[in-house]
Design a protein around this ligand. Structure first.
Ligand SMILES: CC(C)(COP(=O)(O)OP(=O)(O)OC[C@H]1O[C@@H](n2cnc3c(N)ncnc32)[C@H](O)[C@@H]1OP(=O)(O)O)[C@@H](O)C(=O)NCCC(=O)NCCS
Length: 166
């Protein structure tokens, strides 16, 4: 399996992988593939990684620039998706490892909204003063690349369509 940057001809497969995978998540909105398209159109995908196996896109990870409170320089990971029949084979972990490696070179830290049961294994954790609107706090997680604890609202790019206040 190869983890690499997206290329133009991956776009239909990325939409398909993300749409199929998100159907498994009760809290998914069905708009995740469109969010990625909007981020791309705004040149706001800091990472757009595909996992390719046997010539097929089997997984996908996006990252975009984010602020936490007044602090810019955070990398927001998501969506992350693996084709349902290929889940549980380490593909999501390989995408996360590559994303963290790359964000470490350019960002203060990585942040995301997701299941702590999964992301804890990569070092993500809950911080008491980190939040996203009314989202239950344990789902808002960060991995700080320095010793500072992130504090404040995790501000997503407008492509996510969240109504947020810094
Ligand atoms: C979550 C997801 C990206 C993980 O990718 P994956 O390739 O299946 O994950 P890996 O094979 O690297 O890791 C599998 C491990 O994660 C665990 N896991 C997967 N989803 C989990 C979750 N929501 N909570 C806790 N653990 C989870 C599996 O039980 C397995 O555990 P083990 O290593 O102890 O056996 C993938 O399952 C997926 O696309 N799910 C639907 C969409 C989604 O939830 N996206 C993330 C939120 S944006």
């Amino acid at each position: 399996m190869l983890i690499r940057n997206e290329i133009d001809r991956d776009l239909p497969a990325i939409r398909e992988v993300v749409t199929e995978a998100m159907k498994m998540l009760p809290q998914a909105t069905g708009t995740e593939a469109a969010i990625i398209d909007r981020l791309r159109a705004d040149n706001a995908l800091s990472l757009s990684l595909v996992a390719e196996d046997g010539g097929e896109v089997v997984g996908y990870l996006a990252a975009s620039d984010a602020r936490i409170g007044a602090a810019s320089g955070w990398g927001l990971i998501g969506p992350l998706a693996v084709r349902p029949p290929r889940q549980g084979q380490g593909i999501g972990s390989a995408l996360m490892a590559e994303a963290i490696l790359r964000l470490r070179a350019t960002c203060k830290g990585a942040a995301l909204v997701g299941d702590p049961g999964y992301y804890g294994r990569f070092g993500f954790r809950f911080f008491p003063k980190l939040r996203v609107g009314s989202c239950p706090p344990r789902f808002v997680q960060a991995l700080s690349f320095d010793t500072r604890a992130p504090k404040g609202e995790l501000i997503h790019h407008s492509a996510f369509g969240l109504e947020q206040q810094g």
